[in-house]
Design a protein around this ligand. Structure first.
Ligand code: PDD
Length: 298
């Protein structure tokens, strides 16, 4: 929620909850919902660009995978879901912003095992416009990151709502005057940001991001960047890098549905001249061109 949100519905905001469009301030799921009680739920975040959902198919593919990995069913057929996503964007008048979608295993008497007869999944969809000022400044000037131990479970390739380690790391970053925390595994290697994919440009000028395993979320933006970089013949590497590598890197940036943001400082160590680097700028441009192309359905 944006800073200062007081629990009341912002004028006119509408949420989709289990088949109904309801005023945001009155939207809720049952107290026995397993998403609320047990974190038994998955989610997606999708950018809205010019009123269109960015990388919608890729986000839906990942959602299908996430629900499958935890033995849950999709809450509705894909085409019907796409209509609801559009309707939530439309009803909230979002031109440029973010759409959030949570699918939980549903409401049932609390007990740990997955019930033999599964309840109907709960589906919550919300959309909101960007906080444009802050995002533009970060995009143009870059951000500082701090490192934090990666204390998450072993299946972070599934996009679950169990985000406590992520939000604690993010909070530590904000309190340290940084924007993001880069999570570091027991071998001193960076996995990813608390809510973003981590990238560096190595000494040979190669765009570098960690290879996909169960230790990182397969970022949709990551994939779009890799494809765009390959098409533009930029050198790329999918390999683990250490925190020391990152601090010695020429450039660094983060990516997610919320955009591509240069990193200019890691744990107080300034990268290069402290300004976003040329390859980072090139990736931002390539990604923006690709977003526009996709938003126009080209
Ligand atoms: N976060 N890694 C983590 C841990 C993430 O939570 C995210 C996305 C990403 C980037 O994935 P994508 O490019 O598909 O957005 C990587 C979203 C934005 C969030 O939780 O708000």
């Amino acid at each position: 929620m944006s800073k200062g949100w007081n629990g009341r519905a912002p004028a006119g905001r509408v949420a989709y909850v289990n088949g109904r469009y309801v005023p945001h301030g009155h939207a809720g799921v049952h107290i026995e919902d397993r998403g609320f009680q047990l974190g038994d739920a998955v989610y997606e975040v999708c950018a809205v660009v010019d009123g269109a959902l960015m990388d919608e198919e890729e986000h839906l593919d990942r959602l299908v995978r996430s629900v499958g990995e935890i033995e849950m069913a999709m809450p509705m057929p894909r085409n019907a879901l796409k209509l609801v996503l559009r309707e939530v964007v439309r009803r909230n008048g979002v031109q440029d912003g973010l759409l959030y979608l949570q699918v939980t295993r549903g409401a049932v008497r609390r007990d740990h095992p997955i019930p033999d007869k599964q309840p109907r999944p709960s589906l919550v969809i919300t959309a909101r416009s960007w906080d444009v000022g802050g995002a533009k400044k970060r995009h143009d000037d870059g951000i500082a990151v701090i490192s934090a131990p990666d204390e998450r479970w072993g299946r972070v390739d599934i996009k679950t709502v169990q985000l406590l380690p992520n939000l604690l790391a993010k909070t530590a970053a904000r309190r340290a005057g940084a924007y993001e925390a880069w999570l570091v595994d027991r071998d001193g290697m960076v996995t990813e940001g608390s809510s973003t994919t981590a990238w560096i440009v190595d000494a040979q000028g190669r765009l570098t991001t960690r290879n996909l395993t169960r230790a990182v979320l397969p970022g949709v933006t990551r994939r779009v960047i890799l494809e765009a970089a390959a098409a533009a013949q930029l050198p790329v590497r999918e390999v683990a890098f250490s925190l020391t590598d990152a601090q010695a890197a020429k450039e660094a940036f983060i990516s997610s549905a919320t955009g591509i943001v240069p990193v200019t400082k890691i744990d107080g160590q300034t990268l290069g001249d402290g300004r976003p680097g040329p390859l980072t700028r090139r990736v931002q441009e390539l990604y923006e061109a690709e977003s526009e192309r996709r938003a126009k359905g080209l």
